[in-house]
Write a protein that binds this ligand. Structure first.
Ligand SMILES: Nc1ncnc2c1ncn2[C@@H]1O[C@H](COP(=O)(O)OP(=O)(O)OP(=O)(O)O)[C@@H](O)[C@H]1O
Ligand SMILES: [Mg+2]
Length: 261
């Protein structure tokens, strides 16, 4: 099966700063990846490229068999679901929650058509139910709490039935209950063989949903470890990536990390 993401020697430079350095990474359609790394390691930059929103300074990035720089990114972008702070910032406060989700089917933010197909509205409402925010469908986005917004953003990222789903810190701002619900929803998505390949950036190993298969540890723009979670995510690899001694324990499959004494 062809890769969903294929990075060959991908580097990103801004001025004298090397944000990503020769990243080689391949994601198959049935894989679910977690990306961990310190603030500033390059995680969001990596997702921006995978979403077709940024081009590498050098190297090649092929997303859904389309090599960036050689394709029309406007055709590629609707095939990729992205939930990120940058994407969220583009949602107008005055937009109705239902429209925030349904407009993703047309890859726009800000409702511009008077009518949408019933089937799209039904799908948007099903997704709002999946993330337990259907009762907010008629509210305006600007009136929602941080956690409510996050759930609406997640519903939006799945609206276009993407072939690749990219989630950049989706649990930031969620309370404990909402975080656990999000984890349950992502576990459900991960366990469905029809779900898209998924890449999740998080700061917390506790938030790795069951069914996620691979991990990448990014350190200063470079891959410090990558591979199947069970073999790759260890106290040693985590300590190396974060630059401090860490313990890693598994409680019924759920991981916790904390500073080694
Ligand atoms: N246009 C730019 N010019 C200079 N530096 C930049 C630019 N864009 C990003 N950076 C830097 O690149 C590094 C990586 O940024 P990125 O947002 O990818 O990190 P991150 O791993 O997502 O961090 P966080 O965990 O804080 O979200 C940061 O040090 C950031 O300041
Ligand atoms: Mg980031």
């Amino acid at each position: 099966m062809a890769s969903v993401i294929e990075f060959n020697d991908v580097s990103v430079n801004r001025g004298s700063k090397q944000i990503l350095e020769r990243i080689n990474w391949s994601v198959a359609a049935d894989e679910r990846w977690v990306i961990l790394g310190r603030n500033g390691a390059g995680k969001t930059t990596l997702l921006q490229i995978a979403a077709g929103l940024m081009h590498p300074s050098s190297g090649t990035a092929t997303i859904l068999e389309q090599t960036l720089g050689r394709v029309d990114v406007f055709e590629l972008r609707p095939r990729v679901g992205l939930c990120s702070a940058a994407m969220a910032a583009r949602i107008p406060d005055f937009e109705k929650v239902r429209d925030v989700v349904v407009t993703a089917a047309y890859a726009v933010t800000g409702r511009w058509r008077e009518e949408y197909d019933d089937i799209d509205v039904e799908r948007a409402e099903d997704l709002l139910r999946l993330f337990n925010v259907f009762d907010l469908a008629d509210r305006t986005y600007g009136t929602l709490s941080e956690g409510e917004r996050k759930r609406v953003q997640l519903a939006r990222s799945l609206m276009s039935d993407p072939e690749l789903l990219l989630l950049d810190e989706p649990s930031a701002g969620l309370d404990l209950g909402a975080r656990e619900e999000l984890l349950a929803a992502l576990t459900e998505i991960a366990s469905d063989s029809l779900s898209p390949a998924t890449v999740l950036v998080t700061h917390h190993v506790e938030e790795i949903p069951a069914g996620f298969t691979h991990v990448m540890l990014l350190k200063d723009g470079q891959i410090s470890a990558a591979g199947p979670i069970e073999q790759t995510l260890t106290a040693a690899s985590l300590s190396e990536a974060f630059g401090l001694p860490l313990e890693l324990v598994s409680n019924g499959g759920r991981l916790t990390a904390y500073g080694a004494q």
